[in-house]
Design a protein around this ligand. Structure first.
Ligand SMILES: Nc1nc2c(ncn2[C@@H]2O[C@H](COP(=O)(O)OP(=O)(O)OP(=O)(O)O)[C@@H](O)[C@H]2O)c(=O)[nH]1
Ligand SMILES: [Zn+2]
Length: 298
């Protein structure tokens, strides 16, 4: 006799999957059939497992995913915590726009966190960055300037069963923030970790840890992105303020290039849309047309 159980993969350790189910945490292996089909269950996947009388279990089914992003991959990511540094590496609007476009395309909501503001205390440079970020706040992205406030509010922000992950340029401060959030959540001695650490050779690879009413992926997140698979005529939809404005463009399907009576161009002329956003839109169009990441970004 075998029975089935449903759950979410919350950990991936040396070929084993830890699945959180109604009957508790079950460590299981994936059926060989996935390998034949070149499918690989990822942390965050909603899955079905088969359990026999001896308690041996197999992961037998992956339910359709919302998305699968990052390396190591996390599935069904609904929110990203995007870490951008004020310095080291230098703050870059261009890079910020690339990340935001990528996540809008992946249907992932983004919260911004500015790291290393302490290294620029009271400088004109920091004021400029804050002014830039105020624009992003205005178009709909929440922005945080200190880790304490972020940590406190994340507990409320992470909704039921939501999966969040970190992203940001290499060196931006993702691991530093992650460690802080984990410490605040008192995860290092958490119950799940103890169960999982029983085995001697279990090197943890990827794990979701509980935060708020959902999870945050315990991975460094990812730092490089490829925009070239985006469809050229869809790109405009991933600039939130362009999308909103486009309802008032004369032409449906306006690409905000040379079309007459374009609302995006009007707002740009009035500085309601910042020039760097529009320039980055054009640069990304080029990149998609060329089908490769430009040299200067490699
Ligand atoms: N002064 C200051 N230093 C920071 C801050 N956040 C991170 N750092 C430092 O910046 C360096 C890089 O931070 P990490 O957390 O390793 O960055 P990361 O984004 O995980 O980097 P990758 O693993 O390369 O992707 C480390 O030396 C940190 O101590 C901050 O808010 N202020
Ligand atoms: Zn337009």
């Amino acid at each position: 006799m075998t029975r089935l159980a449903k759950g979410t993969v919350i950990g991936l350790i040396a070929g084993y999957y830890d699945v959180e189910t109604d009957e508790g945490l079950i460590r299981t292996r994936a059926r060989g059939v996935f390998r034949q089909k070149k499918q690989k269950p990822a942390v965050g996947d909603h899955v079905e497992i088969q359990i026999d009388d001896q308690g041996t279990s197999y992961l037998v089914k992956i339910f359709p995913r919302m998305n699968r992003i990052g390396r190591p991959a996390v599935a069904n990511v609904s929110h990203v915590l995007l870490v951008i540094s004020a310095v080291q590496p230098d703050f870059s609007l261009q890079l910020l726009d690339r990340f935001l476009t990528f996540f809008a395309w992946q249907k992932v909501a983004v919260t911004l966190y500015l790291s290393k503001a302490d290294l620029l205390k009271n400088s004109a440079k920091l004021e400029q960055i804050k002014q830039d970020l105020a624009y992003y706040q205005k178009i709909g992205y929440p922005v945080y300037f200190d880790a304490e406030t972020l940590a406190k509010e994340l507990n409320q922000k992470i909704g039921k069963d939501q999966i969040w992950t970190l992203a940001g340029q290499s060196g931006a401060g993702k691991s530093t923030l992650l460690n802080k959030l984990k410490k605040d959540a008192n995860q290092e001695t958490g119950q799940i970790s103890m169960v999982l650490n029983r085995g001697k050779h279990t090197t943890r690879k990827v794990q979701l840890f509980k935060l708020g009413k959902g999870f945050l992926a315990d991975t460094p997140g990812f730092s490089s992105i490829d925009l070239t698979p985006i469809k050229l005529d869809q790109l405009k939809n991933y600039f939130l303020e362009f999308k909103k404005a486009s309802a008032h463009c004369k032409f449906r399907g306006c690409l905000h290039l040379k079309e007459p009576k374009c609302e995006v161009k009007r707002l740009l002329a009035e500085s309601e849309i910042i020039q760097s956003r529009y320039d980055d839109y054009l640069a990304m169009r080029n990149e998609i047309e060329e089908g490769r990441i430009p040299e200067y970004l490699k």
